[in-house]
Design a protein around this ligand. Sequence first.
Ligand code: NPW
Ligand code: ADP
Ligand code: K
Length: 529
Amino acid sequence: MISAWTGRQIRAAEQPLLDAGHGDRLMATAAHGLANAVLRAVRETRGRVYGARLAVIAGSGNNGGDALFAAATLARKGMSTTAVLTSARSHPQALAAFEKAGGTVLRLAAGGDGAGAGADDSAAAAAGPFVTPDEAAALCSRADALIDGILGTGASGGLRSPAKELVERIIGLDAPALTVACDLPSGVSAETGEVSGPVMPADLTVTFGGTKAGLLTDPAAGLAGRVLTVDIGLGPHLPAPELRRLEPADLADWWPVPQRTSHKYTRGVLGIVAGSAQYPGAALLCTQAAAATGVGMIRYLGPQEICRLVNLSTPEAVCSQGSVGESRVQAWLVGPGATGDRDQQARVRDALASGLPVVADAGALDSLPSDLGPQVILTPHAGELVRILAEQDVEVTREQVEAAPSDFARLGAGLTGATVLLKGATTVISSPSGALFTQDNATPWLAAAGSGDTLAGILGALAATVQRDLLAEAGIAEPDHWAAVAAMAAAVHGIAGTEAAAGGPVAASDISRAVPETVRALLELRQDG
Ligand SMILES: NC(=O)C1=CN([C@@H]2O[C@H](COP(=O)(O)OP(=O)(O)OC[C@H]3O[C@@H](n4cnc5c(N)ncnc54)[C@H](OP(=O)(O)O)[C@@H]3O)[C@@H](O)[C@H]2O)[C@@H](O)CC1
Ligand SMILES: Nc1ncnc2c1ncn2[C@@H]1O[C@H](COP(=O)(O)OP(=O)(O)O)[C@@H](O)[C@H]1O
Ligand SMILES: [K+]
């Protein structure tokens, strides 16, 4: 499992070490890790390190200090190194080390507001010729490697002038061969992944002391590239993480595997209320996905004509037009395609009132009761979350949700009392207590109608079959159990979908067909064999 913390949490964890006088050591460790990562990446992209052109954009704070110290190391390895300072102030020791190592210093000319490397003629101001944003951008774009050391966890808001103009110009040119963000891409929030103003997209982000939650959350996740975390010894000082991400080994350890004594009822029965005359396909897709994920039995409830279709596509499902009350199940999946049908809507209401685990998708999200619990997992996309929040008197737009998905998933979970799985390129899951998971296993090829029905089926099957004790033993606290189960489903859906897509288009039913092989491959990772 990957754990991630907010910038504030990381800074608080640094504080005791700073108070004990270890600040220089922390920065040296961070810079060493950054330099090593750049060296490895340059070897991969270019082969030879000697003679490679390195450009560093350094801001006024410690983030610029890390970048300049790393650049000093890289200059000593034979890289031809230029630093563009965006402010009149720079980390003095780092700048001195950089100059001593033979690096060239350029100062970014002041923007319209007077800020810039030349705005302050105090003793701390660096010497070096001025460059305009256009000149500096051309130099950065031609570099074999560019380090973005403008802003780190001390930033407030997006980039200010003239760094803002410089980054805008670089984005307008050909990208450098390799862009490495120091700690985080400058201009993204380490807390929430929100992005303000222009941000230079990185191929690699080297982050210090602990992964920043913002780097694992959209939209910042789309700008961070690969994330590498450098240990600077904060471990004992870090609190419980802000956010977690499941890895294949977690899925393997937690996957519900039938035992010798298992029978269909002990494995878990999933009840499905899905489909309507208007949307029969959703019922078929989610039922197929649940069967492919593995359950003891599926009880499908719906109109007669849909029962017939479900029976044809998933003969193992037991179909009826019965009621929720007379169906014994361990969990319900309700809502996919279940709109405009009064009987289906009555079943949805009954399932939500049953107290059992319920995955509520699509048509079930429109009229939720007010007293949900964490065992109810809502699976909206951004547009559906807007409507859920509106029911709670929170007026937001889809664009606002997409700009800060973890904030709004958490708000939705807090207000409804349910677990919320917010779909998107990165899927965000929040428990009502605010615990967050994000999964980015999917491929953009999954952005297609029906793919969400498949996710709902996978999640329904897991809700009916996962054993609580396995997750508890792995440190998942009781209130976060259902969020972790939802994260498992998002991960498996993403992995199976990526396998099925194999770099090209994928139909939703192909995702289900790839699930058994995905699970088989995961189970090979199990520690107990
Ligand atoms: N603590 C440690 O020992 C360790 C810390 N480490 C490293 O330190 C980083 C945090 O360093 P930090 O606190 O100096 O903050 P950082 O983001 O570099 O600069 C903030 C300065 O920038 C300015 N500024 C602010 N907003 C702005 C904006 N929107 N646009 C433009 N300028 C803006 C503002 O100055 P101003 O210009 O307003 O006077 C402010 O003072 C962290 O990410 C990690 O890399 C590691 O080495 C491990 C050890
Ligand atoms: N750009 C993307 N990259 C990766 N996965 C995506 C992307 N867009 C959507 N997805 C995933 O595809 C699925 C689409 O779900 P949804 O929009 O509800 O579709 P539907 O309800 O029509 O089946 C979700 O699992 C979502 O996370
Ligand atoms: K940075």
